[in-house]
Design a protein around this ligand. Structure first.
Ligand SMILES: [Mg+2]
Length: 196
């Protein structure tokens, strides 16, 4: 009880993680944002246990348009409450193992002094549907499936349960997060006191 770990930070990807943007000539800006099922519940439950931030390889304009849609539908003003809103300009452009160039999210950015003062490395998690985004920081990653509009998807509902269950783990980086959903289904999500 004496050493409660600092409040964790959850860095959210947006495209195909929280929403899916589709071209729509009728919509403002020519894009309509489909929101992943259970998004409001996810942001509410997870927001009680984590500080939230956004990191996208998309543009600043795109991110803010999507966040406006999230606010309109869920009532959650992520743009205002986020610890940071990072766009493509915070990413690096790297050639991957497949020879293709792609944006990456270099986890060294989490070592910025102002950030590390509030959120030590052990208390920073990142949710992303593209694992290679965190090729230089897998320890932070909680990988989710890519979402492109399936109305029966319940990944965010399961993810909220999982993230709440591990929020008090002192070292979130070292915690094995691969296969989180299978373990959640088997009732093994709570790592504290478990055999491992
Ligand atoms: Mg994505």
């Amino acid at each position: 009880m004496t050493d409660v770990p600092p409040r964790p930070l959850l860095v959210l990807d947006v495209d195909e993680t929280l929403w899916h943007g589709v071209p729509d000539a009728q919509a403002t800006g020519g894009v309509r944002f489909l929101l992943r099922p259970h998004l409001a519940e996810f942001l509410t439950l997870v927001g009680e246990r984590y500080d939230l931030a956004v990191w996208t390889a998309a543009s600043d304009d795109w991110m803010h348009a999507g966040l406006a849609a999230v606010r309109q539908v869920t009532g959650v003003d992520l743009a205002s409450r986020a610890v940071f809103l990072w766009d493509r300009t915070r990413c690096t452009w790297r050639r991957g193992e497949d020879g293709e160039y792609a944006f990456r999210k270099p986890a060294r950015k989490f070592r910025a002094p102002w950030l590390r003062a509030r959120y030590p490395r052990q208390r920073v998690l990142a949710v992303d549907d593209v694992a290679s985004n965190y090729a230089c920081g897998y320890g932070h990653l909680v990988k989710v499936t890519s979402w492109t509009g399936d109305p029966t998807d319940d990944e965010l509902r399961a993810l909220a349960r999982y993230l709440v269950s591990i929020a008090d783990e002192p070292d979130l980086g070292r915690l094995e997060k691969r296969g989180w959903r299978a373990r959640l289904t088997r009732g093994e999500a709570e790592p504290s006191g478990s055999a491992g």
